[in-house]
Design a protein around this ligand. Structure first.
Ligand SMILES: [Mg+2]
Length: 260
């Protein structure tokens, strides 16, 4: 068992460590280097799939740490490129085959689409769209029916132990774990002295509230996150700048404050 790290940082990717538009993260390099110097770990936590996150994790030289994928539905362990067992995903697809046609017809999952169609839908490159389709734990898709049918669709899936989460654009089906569930398991394993989480969106809120310090990265295009639990007590910090620039400043500031 390795020594407990002094600090574990859990970070969202899009709009947080990575710029929304350019997908750049270079502005966060000084803070990433500083974290590495004090032997702090960085756990990526994203809605992306294992192949997408593994590629980025390698670029960031964070392969020594696990990564949370598919919005917390699964984890890529440390030191491995192994593709997670897609059993959970196959179970979701199998459940979809059991749902009555009257409801099923309104849901178009990534697994129902060809890579070129996903490319068009998401604006991802051909390679990225193919990787986004390599799912192991969750199925995002578009809902085309009305609200009443959606209530029935959700209930039908619940009978198979599958829960649904509505994001900005997609309705995502999974076995119900979220980013903060996986974060709790990882904290339990490594037992870090301090924890920090960074995120910019509603699906990061639980993670931000679970950490000793949650850093809200502003999203110039989204709605401002409401006041979070612990914000009045100083456990939540609002970064001043968006993306990796805000990430860098906020982490360097906290490292100083934690005397690391
Ligand atoms: Mg984000």
């Amino acid at each position: 068992m390795q020594d407990a790290p002094p600090l574990l940082v859990f970070t969202d990717l899009d709009g947080t460590l990575i710029d929304h538009d350019t997908y750049e993260w270079a502005a966060a390099r000084p803070a990433l280097d500083a974290l590495s110097r004090v032997s702090a770990g960085v756990v990526l936590a994203s809605s992306k799939t294992a192949p997408e996150v593994s590629a980025l994790r390698a670029q960031l030289q964070l392969g020594a740490w696990p990564a949370i994928i598919e919005n917390g539905a699964g984890v890529v362990p440390a030191h491995t490129h192994a593709t997670p067992d897609p059993d959970a995903y196959q179970q979701i697809r199998a459940a979809l085959r059991e749902i009555p046609d009257a409801l099923r017809q309104h849901f178009t999952g990534f697994g129902d689409l060809r890579p070129a169609e996903i490319e068009k839908l998401t604006g991802l490159s051909a390679k990225a769209a193919a990787q986004a389709r390599e799912r192991a734990f969750s199925e995002p898709g578009l809902w085309g029916g009305d609200d009443a049918a959606l209530v029935e669709f959700k209930a039908a899936l619940r009978a198979f132990g599958i829960s649904t989460r509505e994001g900005g654009r997609f309705l995502t089906l999974s076995h119900g774990k979220n980013k903060s569930d996986q974060m709790a398991r990882i904290i339990n394993h490594y037992k870090p002295r301090h924890t920090i989480a960074l995120g910019d969106a509603p699906n990061d809120v639980e993670m931000l509230e679970t950490a000793d310090f949650g850093i809200v990265i502003p999203n110039p295009k989204g709605r401002r996150l409401p006041e979070l639990k612990g914000e009045a007590q100083g456990h939540i910090i609002r970064a001043q700048q968006a993306g990796p620039v805000g990430w860098n400043t906020a982490i360097l500031g906290l490292l100083e404050r934690l005397d690391l």
